[in-house]
Design a binder for this molecule. Structure first.
Ligand SMILES: [Ca+2]
Length: 228
């Protein structure tokens, strides 16, 4: 392709990329500049969110760039908490996914390897959890993906029943708490790191239609350009 041709195509390509970015609605934290408001929480149970404490921000060494980490603050089980304002609407991510990277230097505590959400359904503050794999004790970064489907979650504890699709959507639409696991050591000894946290929605049918329409327009424009 000659440079003059590329300069003509560039606006079209930019428009396409832009529409794709809109389609893939996302909420993410990369920790490349600071801890982005995340903190640690000590829990006595999944439904009792305990004391908050600071996390350490590390400028380098993450799965990509910077990351946050926390040394076990107590004999209780700790989690890393996103700065979610009460009543945050994450319902657009239902059916989509949550991805994050995690590392820890121990994996001999396999009781609290869960992701926790808390929101309101039927007027009641409700905690739901989903179990995730324990990390590799070498401290290697492990990539996690959690499908945000009701059947993948349990109410109250790891053994609880699954929320209904309606309950799950209500909880995700009224989030007050989002916790990633930190407790992987049997004792007060582990440091757990978190990086590259990202919620991704599945594009809605109308968005696909807009994408296809945009692509068709771009093709027409490209053909017209070539005929000149
Ligand atoms: Ca990072």
């Amino acid at each position: 392709m000659r440079t003059s041709q590329w300069s003509a195509w560039r606006p079209l390509v930019a428009a396409l990329v832009g529409s794709i970015a809109v389609a893939a609605a996302a909420q993410s934290w990369t920790f490349d500049g600071d801890a982005q408001g995340w903190q640690a929480r000590d829990l006595t149970s999944y439904t009792e969110i305990g004391d908050a404490s600071d996390v350490v921000w590390n400028e380098t060494g993450g799965a990509s760039g910077g990351y946050i980490s926390k040394f076990d603050p107590s004999v209780r089980s700790y989690f890393l908490e996103a700065p979610i304002a009460a009543g945050s609407d994450y319902s657009s991510f239902v059916g989509g996914s949550l991805a994050f990277s995690l590392r820890s230097d121990f994996n001999d505590w396999v009781n609290d390897n869960v992701v926790i959400f808390r929101g309101v359904t039927g007027g009641v503050s409700t905690t739901i959890v989903t179990t995730v794999p324990v990390p590799d004790p070498t401290g290697a970064w492990l990539s996690y993906t959690v499908d945000l489907d009701a059947a993948n979650f349990h109410v109250g504890s790891r053994d609880g029943s699954a929320p209904s699709a309606v309950q799950f959507a209500e909880i995700m639409g009224s989030l007050s708490t989002f916790l990633l696991p930190g407790e992987f050591g049997n004792g007060v000894k582990e440091t757990t790191g978190i990086d590259s946290v990202r919620f991704t929605a599945i594009p809605e049918p109308s968005t696909y239609a807009a994408l296809v329409g945009g692509a068709a327009l771009a093709l027409v424009a490209i053909r017209r350009y070539r005929r000149r």
